[in-house]
Design a protein around this ligand. Sequence first.
Ligand SMILES: [Zn+2]
Ligand SMILES: [Zn+2]
Length: 373
Amino acid sequence: MSGYHNAKSDSEEDLYKILGLDRSASADEIRKAYKELSRIHHPDKGGDEEMFKKVNRANEILSDPEKRQTYDVTGSVQEGGGFPGGFPFPFPFGGGGGGFHMNVDINDLFGNMFGGGVKRKVRKSKGNNKTQELPLSLNDFYHGKQIQIELGRQVFCDICHGDGCMNWKTCDTCKGVGVRETMIQMGPGMMAINRGPCTACQGEGRSKGANCTTCDQKGVVSQPKVIEVNVKPGSSAGDILTFEGMCSDEIGYEKPGDLLFRLVEADEDLDVKREGMNLRSKFTLSLSESLLGCKRDVKHHPAHKDGYTFDIPVGIQSGETMRIKGKGMPGPKGPEGPGGSFGDLLVTITVVASESEKKSLETHKAILQSIFM
Ligand SMILES: [Zn+2]
Ligand SMILES: [Zn+2]
């Protein structure tokens, strides 16, 4: 019997092999394998484009119950469906034999690939979580922020509870059995019975009755909701704030998934940068400023609206880093309460002597020698 599986055309590789699965793979296993492989072979991520196409084609067929069954039986799926010009099946009975007529149940030939019976879709308990980036300024991270966000949520319709219809009726096509048998011409003088899920009701054995007008058959209605995102002082990029069950209701799931906000640093052009709990800034001084000491301003310090002015001591050297205690970010526990603390401000100094300073050194060499020696 194994010979029948060679039915696929030469140009098409075994779709199961492409996804690394065997023929009994569940829909879930197919979905997982596809997700994994399409990520590995994605051309944008340096993958092989040819392989990527194959993986996509394999998934397209194997994730569609109808196409998959056709593929399982025939070894190929022709675009546009159906089998134009006969059955693409190199049957061993053929070859000039005087056309005999027989009915073959494909399911008997290839094992029971389709069990039959009503297959009602079961709602999964919880929808997928969604993560959204929330860009924040240095100021927001320092002081914390309350942000009102309006979610364009969809929730299950109160009237039909997600069905999209007021009632259900028995499927006319399969009379509620969920199974449909069709005759397929397999070759000259030979018919096969193809037993598969009823295409009219997707094997559910029932079809929708009167439309629900409240949700216009969609099963969900729009219900925007405003939530307040509370960013605590001292929060960090990468922190995640979770809002349980705040995603939209989705058909096929009992409950909506969680909505997650991931904090990220907004694009800002500042003279100070965060490094964990510390802040870092850098300044370039002239030679005279470094010798005599001077003042500088961190313009964008988040704790000082008009800038933070600090003293640079006499004789600071190029490459030196000053540490100003407590002028960094609030710690993870926030600025107040037990364990509350701040990081430090780190200022790195570069000293560059100007041309006029160099000239003046030459001119006053004798005086400087008298001072330093
Ligand atoms: Zn409804
Ligand atoms: Zn049906």
